[in-house]
Write a new protein. Structure first.
Length: 132
């Protein structure tokens, strides 16, 4: 029998790995990188978020891994990919929405639609538009 705690843990896990949904948007990779680059260069984005991206890049480039490539090449690469996707997901979720929106408006309309859909996917189920 599943308890409420089990359900909450599962819900937390599913929301935290929502970066998998980003994989579906890989055709927009060029615009995605542009958006990230613009956000990193924007002074309105907090320094700690930029630092988080920097640490993520250092982890991927460092010789130390949770699962070394020398032990299991495929799983070692998946580990790095998961770190990158989770870091980018958190960066975009925590960056000031108005700043992201300002930069998003300068990119292709199909990317804007895809990004907005990704944002909607991030909302916990049952959360209505403007809770107050």
């Amino acid at each position: 029998m599943h308890t409420k705690r089990d359900f909450m843990m599962k819900a937390f896990f599913l929301r935290s790995v929502s970066w998998l949904r980003l994989v579906r948007r890989l055709p927009h990779l060029r615009n995605f990188v542009r958006l990230l680059w613009r956000l990193v260069r924007d002074r309105r984005v907090p320094v700690y978020l930029k630092g988080m991206l920097g640490l993520m890049i250092l982890y991927v480039l460092s010789p130390f891994d949770l699962i070394p490539e020398s032990v299991a090449l495929m799983f070692g690469l998946i580990d790095d990919f998961a770190i990158v996707m989770a870091g980018v997901n958190w960066f975009l979720r925590l960056a000031p929405r108005h700043v992201v929106d300002a930069h998003l408006k300068t990119l292709a309309p199909d990317f804007q639609r895809s990004f907005q859909q990704w944002r909607r996917d991030q909302q916990p189920s049952g959360q209505a538009g403007g809770a107050g």
